[in-house]
Design a protein around this ligand. Sequence first.
Ligand code: HEC
Length: 316
Amino acid sequence: MNMTHYMQLLADNQPWNLLIFMAVPIVLAETLAITELYILFTRKFDGLMYRLNRFSGTTVGLYFIGIIGYLMTTAVLPITKAGEWRTVIDVVAVSSYLIGGLPLIWIALQEIGFVNKGLDQIEKLKIHAICVALFLVFGHIAMISGMLDPSLLGYKASDAHHMHAEQGANSIQNADMEHLHQMHTMHSGNTANQDHRIEVDFPAPMKDHILANMRNHLQTISQIHEAMGKGQYDQAAQLAEDRLGMNALKLHGAYENSKFMPQGMQEAGTAMHRNASKFAIEVQNAAATGDMKPALIALSDTTKACVTCHAGFRLK
Ligand code: HEC
């Protein structure tokens, strides 16, 4: 079944994620809510319940600063960058979970004395109660939408998505190796005809530009071979450096493009540029030493990077 990132976060790394992102904050928030009701009812601003209320409010607020900081950097930004939100259901689930933390942070700030210093007990209690209510609302929106199946709104997970999502954003490269392996077995088994490549979404004008670059890459590879065949090693070096190597980065707007690329794709791009520059050096050395082997190895490492990227990714 397809899951939101919210659900997946809680299901992964059992039982730790569930404890860290659900059990601990919920126990604290419930202690806060129950003691809040007690105080609203009794107006007793001292004693165990009051202290428990202040303790749970401060702790859960500070705790959420950590959660929000952590999830923004490790999940929200990378998922947004890679365009991998699983429909609006996913966005609502994750964002309401994070937004639910904000009123709790506000409570902590009030308890510590950073905000609402001038208010009296009753006014502070009112803000407290409103914040608890907001947390409950957003927390439950997160839960309900988090448990929805995003395919209800048309989300389709390719196997590639599953794989790399399950393994976490950091191991895209392993997923790529898996793709290669799968494709290999696919061809030899010769049955399935599924496309396991990860789809990458570039803005339309960039797409044409990228494909034009690609055709230029292939032409360059062909011209490099021709130059080598004619013994024009300097020419081969220049073509590689200027059109595929580190010099070519600017020409191809690599920085602009790389913002839309998943990590594994960026790495394949970098490997191509590096190895083309390496080839440019090796082929010039070959002109002096007469030993062409290191240059050919560098050239094949360059085209290996083309293969790796093509095997793992395609344009949407
Ligand atoms: C960082 C990833 C990456 C690298 C590195 C890369 N390509 Fe591509 N290439 C792509 C993608 C993505 C496509 C589009 C494929 C699709 O959507 O099916 C593509 C398409 C192409 C096409 C088809 C162009 C068209 O008009 O349809 C050619 C030819 C090509 N690449 C050649 C190369 C060569 C040669 C190299 C190495 C010197 C290379 N590419 C390196 C990602 C890459």
